[in-house]
Design a protein around this ligand. Structure first.
Ligand SMILES: Nc1nc2c(ncn2[C@@H]2O[C@H](COP(=O)(O)OP(=O)(O)OP(=O)(O)O)[C@@H](O)[C@H]2O)c(=O)[nH]1
Ligand SMILES: [Mg+2]
Ligand SMILES: [Zn+2]
Length: 223
């Protein structure tokens, strides 16, 4: 048992080392990298499609898609008009830094302001794997219940921003976005929380403004 724990520590330590190297590479290229994590079906790809539509003319962005097996999400992202690199984890439930290292070989890093990584749908282990990102963004749909930040604290602890997704459905649930936000702040008082509906566009402006601020901040920091 003791041995197992130390093996896992070794693997995550090697991952963190690699991720720190990636972060340096991204910084040299003045590139903001976001790592989007959530349970499966939370609306990550839909939010990215709407984000591409809104920001595509204003900044240059690419998406790295993590999925167990298919190219369904990267096909959707390409259809939305930007370059997408698919990583298939062959059943694996999270992305690791070595997968990102391989994926970026397919991207001309000098060509982008922003790369968004869509992690594998899973609210538990992606939060423990650094991918060299500047920020983690956790997406929590209102339909999953406003108690989720308390039940799965790691994702909310490790993120800098949180999107409460599918808020158009709030009236049909017994959850409240305000309660979900309060629960998330209990876990991480620093979280920037944005309730959004990708369907109606409610809250989209706040989300886009947050991205613009991160891109601008990152460029300043690089100088
Ligand atoms: N009502 C409503 N449905 C949404 C919204 N955003 C996404 N959905 C729906 O939620 C379902 C899952 O959306 P996806 O964007 O595929 O979710 P995902 O997190 O990328 O899923 P995985 O990649 O499989 O983990 C789809 O049926 C979407 O149309 C929203 O804002 N409101
Ligand atoms: Mg998806
Ligand atoms: Zn995992």
């Amino acid at each position: 048992m003791k041995k197992n724990i130390s093996v896992l520590t070794d693997i995550t330590a090697a991952n963190t080392l690699l991720a720190n190297g990636l972060r340096e590479t991204f910084s040299e290229h003045h590139l903001l990298v976001l790592n989007v994590i959530s349970a499966s079906g939370a609306g990550k790809t839909t939010l990215l499609e709407e984000t591409i539509e809104a920001l595509g003319d204003e900044m240059s962005l690419a998406v790295i898609e993590g999925d167990p097996y298919t190219t369904i999400d990267s096909d959707r992202i390409e259809a939305a008009g930007v370059e997408a690199v698919q990583i298939n984890t062959m059943g694996g439930c999270h992305l690791e830094a070595n997968m990102i290292q391989k994926a970026i070989q397919q991207l001309d890093l000098t060509a982008f302001d922003l790369v968004i990584i869509e992690n594998v749908g899973n609210l538990v282990c992606p939060s423990g794997w650094d991918l060299g990102e500047e920020c983690k963004v956790v997406i929590a749909p209102i339909t999953d219940g406003d108690d989720k930040p308390l039940k799965y604290p790691m994702a909310f602890q490790s993120a800098q921003a949180m999107v409460i997704s599918k808020i158009d459905l709030e009236p049909y649930t017994r959850s409240q976005a305000s309660v979900m936000a309060a629960n998330a702040l209990q876990i991480n008082p620093e979280l920037e929380i944005m309730p959004v509906s990708a369907y109606t566009g409610a809250g989209m402006e706040a989300w886009l403004a947050w991205i613009r601020r991160q891109v601008a901040k990152h460029k300043l920091k690089d100088k």
